[in-house]
Design a protein around this ligand. Structure first.
Ligand code: NDP
Ligand code: 2IT
Length: 451
């Protein structure tokens, strides 16, 4: 039995519910890289795959903190340090009640290949907590972040592991985490990225993931000889850091983003969404999207309870290109079929693994230009690495410099993906291309570094 069949069999017999998303991510990669494994026996000889799918370490810890009513609260914190063959462990922190070890293993595994694709010297990691920031006061967020760092600081460092944001963790949380790290260690290190600009954050880090997604999509459409996004209707899901900056860049280039969504419902505004209002509602006031229609009465708000069974309202809107930017597995096979029926010819993933494997099959079978997350959303971590570089050299780069370096890196990633797909007989398949190019880079480093 080949190494690939062996691994797939192991996945299929696994019954750990928490690990389902991790196996989903792993299974896709294992299928994609089989031409590489078959073509060069060194990967088998050095058991690279077997070594890559096991994290270097999983750190799990208790986080106790005091809420505003002086009740003691207990949460679980994690850091999955997956692989540092290419550089220090690097990847975000997620604060969301759904967080568990399996989700962080999936995100950490994806992060290894994503970071490799950037061509920058960063390894892969992910962390977070089942803490729910929703409805918490600013002081509660601060107290939780301090308590979380009380334990996490033992395991991180600018040359060891450099966390950043993800769902539920933005510059406010990174600021509190940084403050606590500094207090405990008395060391002013670039130990976190996504810091506010006033104490070492990089210009454009908040925009980077979303802008990068659009830069990648523009390059992909160009390379595939497809019409550009200018003047085209686009649908976006999510209403957080990634979604809002995808919308912003789409507006800059003259596309027409008509939707966004949060965990409660969807906004559809056929004239193009009002970005300033969205930023006010989601980034400043942190309230439900439903408030959008108080200002724009002609827009539609569709609550989750009105979604058709197994479908997401965002993917039922006519569009040229779609940008899922909320969370994993938010776009199902049925949604993919709806998108195609609605004229969609391009899907670019802003969130991590938002499309189910069945949805991806639909896209590939219908010749949709499909940009997988680990390639399309790598702009965020790329600018995180720029922040590490700036901190290490005590420099500040201009917005224009970061933007131009980001654009360049997204174009390079796109080319690497296209070439890898061509070299291994799967031309036009960006999923396989991204997995092969990312895997090859890490695998070659692992082999060169010995066991
Ligand atoms: P935010 O916390 O800023 O926003 C998340 C958005 O997604 C919110 O609108 C939230 O709705 C919605 N959402 C979250 N969980 C769910 C859920 N289970 N069901 C429905 N909606 C949900 O996170 P980001 O924008 O930073 O992250 C979004 C995605 O992008 C994630 O997959 C993340 O891993 C990925 N990503 C993020 C990067 C970054 O730099 N921040 C980099 C690369 C990828 P609500 O407001 O109701 O909570
Ligand atoms: O999924 C991701 O790439 C992120 N959440 C960003 C990670 C980072 O270190 O900037």
């Amino acid at each position: 039995m080949s190494i690939v069949q062996n691994d797939i069999k192991k996945l299929e017999t696994s019954n750990c519910d928490q690990d389902k998303v991790f196996y989903q991510a792993m299974e896709e990669v294992i299928y994609s890289i089989s031409p590489l494994l078959e073509s060069d026996e060194k990967y088998k000889k050095y058991a690279v795959l077997e070594r890559l799918v096991v994290p270097d370490r999983v750190i799990k810890f208790k986080v106790t903190w005091l809420d505003d009513n002086n009740n003691i609260q207990v949460n679980t914190g994690y850091r999955v340090q997956f692989n540092n063959a290419l550089g220090p462990y690097k990847g975000g922190l997620r604060f969301h009640p759904s967080v568990n070890e399996g989700i962080l293993k999936f995100l950490g595994f994806e992060q290894i290949l994503k970071n490799a694709l950037t061509g920058l010297p960063i390894g892969g990691a992910k962390g977070g907590s089942d803490f729910d920031p929703k409805g918490k006061s600013d002081f509660e967020i601060m107290k939780f972040c301090s308590a979380f760092m009380t334990e996490l600081h033992k395991y991180i460092g600018p040359r060891i592991d450099v966390p950043a944001g993800d769902i539920g963790v933005g510059s406010r949380e990174i600021g509190y985490l940084f403050g606590e790290y500094k207090k405990i260690t008395s060391s002013y290190d670039g130990v976190l990225t996504g810091k506010p600009y006033m104490f070492g954050g990089s210009l454009m880090r908040p925009e980077a993931t979303g802008y990068g997604v659009v830069y990648f999509t523009q390059t992909m459409l160009d390379m595939e000889n497809k019409e550009s996004l200018v003047g085209k209707i686009c649908t976006v899901s999510g209403a957080g850091n990634v979604a809002l900056h995808v919308i912003e860049k789409l507006l800059h280039i003259g596309a027409i983003p008509v939707s966004c969504s949060d965990s409660q419902g969807t906004i559809y505004d056929s004239r193009g969404v009002d970005l300033e209002l969205l930023k006010e509602l989601k980034l400043e006031k942190r309230v439900s999207l439903e408030r959008y229609i108080e200002v724009h009465t002609e827009a539609k708000y569709i609550p989750v309870s009105d979604y058709n069974q197994g479908e997401h309202a965002v993917w039922n809107i006519q569009c040229y290109a779609a940008f899922p930017c909320a969370t994993q597995n938010e776009l199902t096979e049925l949604d993919a079929l709806n998108l195609i029926a609605n004229g969609c010819t391009c899907v670019s993933e802003g969130a991590n693994m938002p499309s189910t494997p069945e949805a991806i099959d639909v896209f590939l079978n219908h010749q949709v230009c499909f940009a997988p997350a680990k390639a399309a959303n790598a702009g965020g971590v790329a600018v995180s690495e720029f922040e590490m570089s700036q901190n290490a050299s005590m420099q500040r780069w201009s917005f224009e410099k970061v933007d131009s370096k980001l654009k360049n890196i997204m174009q390079q990633i796109c080319k690497r993906v296209v070439l890898a797909a061509r070299d291994y007989g799967v031309e036009g398949n960006y999923v396989d291309g991204a997995n092969i190019a990312g895997f090859k880079k890490v695998a070659d480093a692992m082999i060169a570094e010995g066991i």
